[in-house]
Design a binder for this molecule. Structure first.
Ligand code: PSV
Ligand code: MN
Ligand code: MN
Length: 430
């Protein structure tokens, strides 16, 4: 989607500066016993998926303010995703959401993705909304879906998930992410134990339908839309459910789905140890499920999460292969700019975690040298790995400065001429 010559020309102007910064960092890391090339290669192999819904302007329940050139359908969304990948070489896969992504021709979608250099990541089901336009959905999810008291609603929700698997198969996906809004708004409204049992039973049916090699991701969330309790509220409920559902069931950690101050990096370590860490939805937050850009509020936490991931990788935990995706809502920025920046921030956290001096950290931990242990982590976190990230992109034919090339390309202006202006307006509840 972005002219390769434009990227190459922009890179040529910045190459000498990048080389100088990269060499300086290489010397610094070398003194610390870190080979920069090893880190650059790991960053080049790193990827985080983009959610199809992320390229449209998000909104709140109060209002939505769409920007120019909003994607009209999944094919427009794919093109926007390709821009992000062309410029960053960090987002090679797209995660679909049904029925938000209306696709009649899945084979055509797969081909379009391939032509744009994109593959498909986990598919997402949606039983947190009614589907009034779909004759397969005559029943309402107002009081739940997979955990509903009515077996007919549960069956409808199971069938929707089975359909999502079928659709995902056609585009080469190999995981289904299930996030439900099921829960309660009043004490007494729902029977905690029975609702959980019904959820597990429904998910066992979905699990039974998984093709060979597929994973089933359970995404927990503390609140919203149910504000008193949710059925899969936290990592404990998620792990209990995954263990009861079956071997392909894994827990998915969305960074915004926890109470403030919860130690998410420790949850990551626990789930990895249990062999059930499925993947991530990266975003950032200050208050709750804010869905702000990854790394924009608390980059240290993102680093600490990757610190656990790198540690788990090094310890060679069996079957350890978490899926990485961004899950953000862009209310006031151009979604393409936000997603490019966030993908780079996630890669930054990974690179920082890779340069942690693990032998020293182990030593300090064993000796209970608290200050030096903490400083070992801080030293990696405060190292500016920007030249590594830029070099990894340049070597893959992407941009040294993706944002500048994107703005200079005029992409948003061009698509705004083709795509009709989207209407904004009130949200669901005001
Ligand atoms: C729910 O808050 C969530 O994080 C789930 O991943 C959904 O699928 C996604 O947001 C989109 O609303
Ligand atoms: Mn999510
Ligand atoms: Mn969320």
């Amino acid at each position: 989607m972005i002219d390769q010559n434009r990227i190459a020309a922009a890179n040529a102007r910045q190459e000498a500066d990048l080389r100088a910064d990269y060499d300086a960092l290489a010397h610094q890391l070398d003194r610390r016993g870190v080979n920069i090339e090893r880190i650059t290669e790991a960053v080049m192999a790193f990827g985080v998926a983009v959610p199809s819904w992320g390229v449209g302007t998000g909104g709140t329940r109060f209002a939505r303010f769409p920007g120019p050139g909003e994607p009209r359908h999944i094919f427009d969304k794919l093109e926007d995703c390709a821009v992000i990948q062309d410029l960053t070489a960090t987002t090679p896969r797209v995660s679909l959401h049904f029925p938000w992504d209306q696709v009649e021709d899945m084979d055509g979608l797969f081909e379009s993705g391939r032509a744009l250099g994109l593959a498909f990541d986990a598919v997402n089901s949606n039983t947190f909304q009614d589907h009034p336009a779909d004759p397969r959905h005559p029943l309402s999810y107002k009081f739940g879906s997979l955990s509903h008291t009515d077996p007919a609603v549960r069956q409808q929700a199971v069938e929707h998930n089975v359909l999502c698997i079928e659709l995902g198969r056609k585009v080469g996906a190999n995981a289904l992410t299930v996030w439900i809004g099921d829960g309660s708004n009043f004490p007494g409204q729902a029977h905690f134990a029975r609702a959980f049992e019904r959820y597990v039973e429904s998910m066992q049916a979905v699990h039974g339908d998984l093709p060979e090699g597929w994973k089933l991701f359970l995404e927990h969330k503390i609140h919203e839309p149910a504000f008193y309790s949710t059925v899969i509220q936290d990592w404990g409920s998620s792990l209990m459910a995954a263990q009861a559902i079956g071997p392909a069931a894994h827990c998915l950690v969305d960074l915004g789905h926890h109470a403030p101050n919860v130690n998410i990096e420790m949850i990551v370590a626990r789930l990895a140890a249990a062999g059930r860490l499925g993947g991530f939805h990266f975003n950032d937050s200050k208050y709750g499920d804010d869905d702000l850009d990854a790394g924009s509020i608390d980059p240290f936490r993102l680093f600490l999460v990757f610190n656990e991931l790198v540690d788990a990788e090094r310890r060679g935990l069996a079957g350890f292969a978490p899926a990485y995706m961004l899950d953000q809502s862009h209310n006031v920025t151009d979604p393409i700019e936000s997603l490019m920046t966030s993908a780079i921030e996630v890669a930054r956290a990974y690179a920082q975690a890779l340069i942690v001096d693990r032998a020293s950290l182990d030593q300090h931990q064993e000796a209970n040298d608290v200050m030096l242990a903490a400083q070992t982590l801080k030293r990696a976190f405060t190292t500016d790995v920007t030249p590594i990230l830029a070099m990894a992109r340049a070597r893959k034919g992407a941009a040294i400065d993706p944002l500048a090339v994107y703005r200079a390309s005029g992409y948003r202006r061009q698509v705004a001429e083709i795509r009709p202006a989207a209407k904004g307006g009130g949200g669901g509840i005001v």
